[in-house]
Design a protein around this ligand. Structure first.
Ligand code: NAD
Ligand code: UDP
Length: 320
């Protein structure tokens, strides 16, 4: 590992001003790494990293990973990509470019400077799964021309590129498949279900359930996810993944809405809206592999995580 003048590992986080990226930057700085946050601010926010800006080991670069970047680093966490359906569907061609050209650029960088590189892949590569819960050896069920394809296929192609750079060029890769993760610093207009329901509840607005609310998701708190991601980056030699990271406790979306109404004390009504195309019906990670290889499992249960997330949104609600 190459060290800078402070003898610290130098770590690049693409998408570092986003929800998960900002938690990761904070964690790496706490561990003493020289941390470079790279972001184009498409869905990220400067407010997520304000508190890190006066740290002498923190550097911020405005850049789009669709274009190459030349840096000297020891590790790369590739998180840059909009993650919420409304945002990744806003400019689907750009979403595919971010995943595919972004992966090529970051893998090229890793190859040149011999850095280890971790890809933030996703449970979406399983599509609307016909196998439940999802294990890493399931190949998935994705509509190549649906509304979600730009994200799902982009992330699938990124995994392919990671493994081909590994096999062909011996790039030191790691791949994690992240399942629905929530917590403080999600964008209030992010559009994902946890932030939508909490913001609606705190504003006393109707809670919008898409479909009848019987579809399921399994929700992981951000701190647990960051432990898993960092654990994988620094995990055992030769274990490159892909590995599922997520909380296996599964909820129907209707149950989530009821839980958030009760935890916020809101008097919001639940309303039902049409289910978007290709919305997965069930999703739950099998995390046996992460347990065996990394000794990782989530520790924060959903009620505790939701309370912390509600507290965060309460603290910024007057600005929303
Ligand atoms: P987010 O939208 O908050 O963060 C993504 C960040 O990437 C933002 O700061 C955005 O501005 C930046 N970005 C987007 N396109 C870029 C580009 N072309 N160049 C540079 N920066 C760009 O989302 P998140 O929840 O923090 O997700 C982070 C990563 O984890 C994403 O790759 C996402 O696909 C993956 N992931 C997240 C979840 C989840 O539930 N949070 C689940 C599965 C996978
Ligand atoms: N959803 C909902 N109401 C909302 C936002 C999302 O009912 O205001 C549903 C959505 O249709 C999906 C689930 O909640 O079934 C999770 O959606 P999210 O966008 O958070 O992530 P996904 O797992 O679908 O990528």
């Amino acid at each position: 590992m190459v060290m800078n003048k402070y003898d610290r590992p130098r770590v690049l986080v693409t998408g570092g001003a986003g929800f998960l990226g900002s938690h990761l930057c904070e964690r790496l700085l706490n561990e003493g790494c020289y941390t470079i946050c790279l972001d184009n601010y498409f869905t990220g926010q400067r407010r997520n990293i304000f508190h890190l800006l006066d740290n002498r080991n923190f550097e911020v670069i405005r850049h789009d990973i669709v274009n190459p970047v030349f840096l000297e680093v020891d590790q790369i966490y590739n998180l840059a990509c909009p993650a919420s359906p409304i945002h990744y569907q806003y400019n689907p061609v750009k979403t595919t470019k971010t995943s595919v050209m972004g992966a090529i650029n970051m893998l090229g960088l890793a190859k040149r400077v011999k850095a280890r590189i971790l890809q933030a892949s996703t449970s979406e590569i399983y599509g609307d799964p016909s196998v439940h819960p999802q294990k890493e050896d399931y190949w998935g069920n994705v509509n190549t021309i649906g509304l979600r394809a730009c994200y799902d296929e982009g992330k699938r192609c990124a995994e392919t590129l990671f493994f081909d750079y590994y096999k062909q060029n011996h790039v030191d890769i790691r791949v994690v498949r992240i399942f629905n993760t929530y917590g403080p610093r999600m964008h209030p207009n992010d559009g994902r279900v946890v932030s939508n329901f909490i913001v609606q509840a705190l504003k006393g607005e109707d809670i919008t359930i898409f479909g009848d609310g019987s579809q399921t998701r399994s929700f992981c708190y951000a701190d647990d996810m960051i432990n898993g991601i960092v654990g994988m980056m620094n995990g055992p030699d030769g274990f490159v993944g892909p590995v599922n990271l997520g909380n296996p406790t599964e909820y129907r979306i209707l149950e989530l809405a009821q839980m958030i109404i009760s935890l916020t004390g809101a008097d919001s009504k639940i309303i039902f809206q049409p289910l978007p195309m290709d919305d997965p019906k069930r999703r739950r990670p099998d995390i046996t592999l992460a347990g065996e290889k990394l000794g990782w499992k989530p520790r924060v249960d959903v009620e505790e995580g939701l309370k912390k997330t509600i507290e965060y949104f309460r603290s910024i609600i007057s600005e929303i």
